[in-house]
Design a binder for this molecule. Structure first.
Ligand code: GDP
Ligand code: MG
Length: 174
């Protein structure tokens, strides 16, 4: 079985904890402790291969979190989340990606996917789907709009991240 260490990053309240709990437990909880650092395990079969996904939930406290360096160093693949209802959370994405690249040993082969969450809140939308897609294109990474509330593209995002890790590893070893 392949073990994948996945890390979920993004500004506070974009829905990181909610996404993970939808994926792992298929539940929607309305309120989480915002300063939750927690690891979740889930066994899944992806493309005929069993994976043990070890998913780390993270948080940021006023831009500095002592644990951040170790999250970024030890993670193997990163799900960067913004909320389609928050321009600020979208503007943070590029910085987060730079931080990941800085801490990763093989910075040209980092495994990242970009996720625009809360796509059920169409009337509060601030970031168009095209804008998200275009940013992902500049990163050359997969992109999904998700709803942790309605369970849209939740499995797809985590599966895609595990595939991206495999893809980048193979590319690096070529
Ligand atoms: P985190 O700080 O990134 O972990 O964000 P949380 O997972 O704690 O979510 C923050 C708030 O957004 C909570 O009230 C969630 O219920 C809500 N939320 C998370 N995902 C969604 C979503 O896809 N749609 C809607 N409508 N609300 C969401
Ligand atoms: Mg959280």
């Amino acid at each position: 079985m392949t073990e994948d260490k996945l890390v979920v990053l993004g500004q506070a309240s974009v829905g990181k904890s909610t996404l993970i709990n939808q994926f792992v437990h298929s539940i929607f909880i309305d309120v989480y402790d915002p300063t939750l650092e927690d690891a979740y395990l889930k066994e899944v079969k992806i493309d005929d291969e069993w994976h043990l996904l070890d998913i780390l939930d993270t948080f940021e406290y006023e831009d500095y979190t002592p644990l951040k360096d170790s999250w970024l160093r030890e993670g193997e693949a990163f799900l960067i989340v913004y909320s389609i209802t928050s321009r600020r959370s979208f503007d943070k994405v590029a910085t987060i990606r730079e931080e990941v690249k800085m801490m990763q040993e093989y910075s040209d082969y980092v495994s990242i996917i970009l996720v625009g969450n809360k796509c059920d809140l169409e009337n509060e939308r601030q970031i168009s789907r095209e804008e998200g897609q275009d940013l992902a294109k500049t990163f050359n990474c997969p992109f999904f709009e998700t709803s942790a509330k309605d369970r849209i593209n939740v499995d797809e995002s985590f599966f895609s991240l595990a595939r991206e890790k495999k893809f980048q590893n193979e590319k690096r070893l070529e």
